[in-house]
Write a protein that binds this ligand. Structure first.
Ligand code: 6PG
Length: 242
């Protein structure tokens, strides 16, 4: 299923995700969730950290991974794991073994092999691919998602994790591959802010102009894909009669 949900207030969007996390945490089996990086999820982490939901979540039943990571120390403000830990996980009782960060201080190739081995061992599989229960993604203004950038993505990569580099800064990254994300049970794009309104229209275009944008081509093959937008991010798309 592919769905767009527009929320009047950012708070409503963040509350929706927090409630979904709570629901996942009450399931009987461990749940594996890959978080997106960048600034948008920081608002989610801060929201959960301050909400009653934080103490209602059964954190021991949730395992968190990062859909992509910058090859920097976790003390660096650029570290997706470091920011999530500082803004949320340090304020919960989640067991340390439930956090599966990519270590940005190690050699990229060996860390790529290590995180691949860890995810293969921990996750259920779908058609032979490790299958995350939930992959949360953001979208850049150039249409990238995770660290899968335009003209850089190998949609046929046969590994779960791939090396990447930021096209402007050259910053080394490790990212889930398009195929790995495609084998997730659920993919949610979290998109907040007027600065994303233009790329939302481009990604949702119903002709092949959208093909150049990775976020238009990356979705759950057999599960659910949803775009969670605030009204600012959705405003141009809605004005087009979206
Ligand atoms: C990263 C991300 C990246 C991010 C988008 C949107 O590590 O940067 O995973 O794909 O989700 O660039 O970033 P913002 O939320 O900062 O707009």
């Amino acid at each position: 299923m592919w769905e767009i949900k527009v929320f009047d207030e950012d708070r409503e969007l963040l509350e929706f995700i927090a409630e979904q996390l709570l629901a996942y945490s009450l399931k009987s089996d461990p749940v594996h969730i890959a978080l997106s990086g960048g600034s948008t999820p920081k608002a989610l982490f801060q929201f959960i950290a301050k909400s009653d939901i934080r103490d209602a979540v059964e954190w021991a039943n949730l395992h968190f991974w990062w859909g992509d990571e910058r090859m920097v120390p976790d003390s660096d403000a650029d570290s997706n794991y470091g920011e999530a830990k500082r803004l949320l996980f340090d304020l919960t009782d989640i067991p340390a073994e439930n956090l599966h960060p990519i270590n940005g201080t190690l050699a990229l190739e060996s860390e790529l092999a290590r995180i691949d081995e860890e995810s293969q061992a921990a996750l259920d599989t779908l058609h032979g691919w490790p299958s995350f229960d939930w992959v949360m993604l953001g979208v850049g203004e150039d249409g990238h998602t995770a660290s899968l950038f335009p003209d850089q993505v190998d949609y046929n990569a046969d590994t779960c994790w791939v090396p990447a580099s930021h096209p402007e800064t050259g910053q080394a990254r490790i990212s889930l591959s398009a195929e790995a994300i495609g084998h997730a049970q659920r993919v949610s794009y979290l998109v907040i802010g007027a600065q994303k309104a233009e790329i939302v229209v481009k990604v949702f275009a119903d002709d092949d102009s959208a093909d150049e944008y990775p976020a238009a081509n990356i979705y759950s093959f057999e599960g659910d894909t949803e775009w969670l937008l605030d009204t600012n991010a959705a405003k141009l798309f809605m004005a087009d009669g979206g």
